[in-house]
Write a protein of this length. Structure first.
Lengths: 116, 112
């Protein structure tokens, strides 16, 4: 597609439910990032993939968060046993460069998660 | 902890005025900085990048970098109501393999 596509755009989950958020990056982009953006805050880094390899997951807040990109294109961010503090917009970004050290990211519209 | 700091605002300016957005960073080794614009409910969009000390101009936008003072700024000339958005300052850390770090953003409101 022309841009980064994320789904679902909105997700409401009951506390304790598992959720899966999907990101389809720009075709051919090597790098894929997940960020979490709480209301009124800037994006906070979660994890980085170079093709299918997850090279940095230092930003994942707990072991309830898991991300994968098995074929080096589409990525899924999974949150198990959701908590209210997980409520945020989850942003996916991609870059044609094969390095995390880049500032030129193309963001998707985000998935807004609300945990009740 | 490498940080990028911004005043969250809101910054209010009248149409046609110059808006000045400021940012400081803690990682003295950072070499490149970026300004993203984020409209309410939308995704961040890259509008300016700056890699060396001094000014960089692109249309109505000027980015300024002062590495000695660890200070980055964005000037918007002839501000328009359509410039009303949150502006995110971001820096690439010096450490190899580390992703972009964002500030909290400054909300700009341009009144007509």
């Amino acid at each position: 597609g022309a841009g980064v596509s994320q789904s679902p755009r909105y997700k409401v989950a009951k506390r304790g439910q598992d959720v899966a958020l999907r990101c389809d990056p720009i075709s051919g982009h090597v790098s894929l990032f997940w960020y979490q953006q709480a209301l009124g805050q800037g994006p906070e880094f979660l994890t980085y993939f170079q093709n299918e390899a997850q090279l940095d997951k230092s930003g994942l807040p707990s072991d309830r968060f898991f991300a994968e990109r098995p074929e080096g294109s589409v990525s899924t961010l999974k949150i198990q046993r959701t908590q209210q503090e997980d409520s945020a917009v989850y942003l996916c970004a991609s870059s044609p460069l094969g390095t995390a050290n880049t500032g030129e990211l193309f963001f998707g519209e985000g998935s807004r998660l609300t945990v009740l | 902890q490498k940080e990028v700091e911004q005043n969250s605002g809101p910054l209010s300016v009248p149409e046609g005025a110059i808006a000045s957005l400021n940012c400081t960073y803690s990682d003295r080794g950072s070499q490149s900085f970026f300004w993203y614009r984020q409209y309410s409910g939308k995704s961040p969009e890259l509008i300016m990048s700056i890699y060396s000390n001094g000014d960089k101009e692109d249309g109505r936008f000027t980015a300024q970098l002062n590495k000695a003072s660890q200070y980055v700024s964005l000037l918007i000339r002839d501000s328009q109501p359509s410039d009303s958005a949150t502006y995110l300052c971001a820096g690439v850390p010096h450490q190899a393999g580390t992703a972009l770090i964002f500030g909290k953003g400054t909300t700009l409101s341009v009144s007509s």
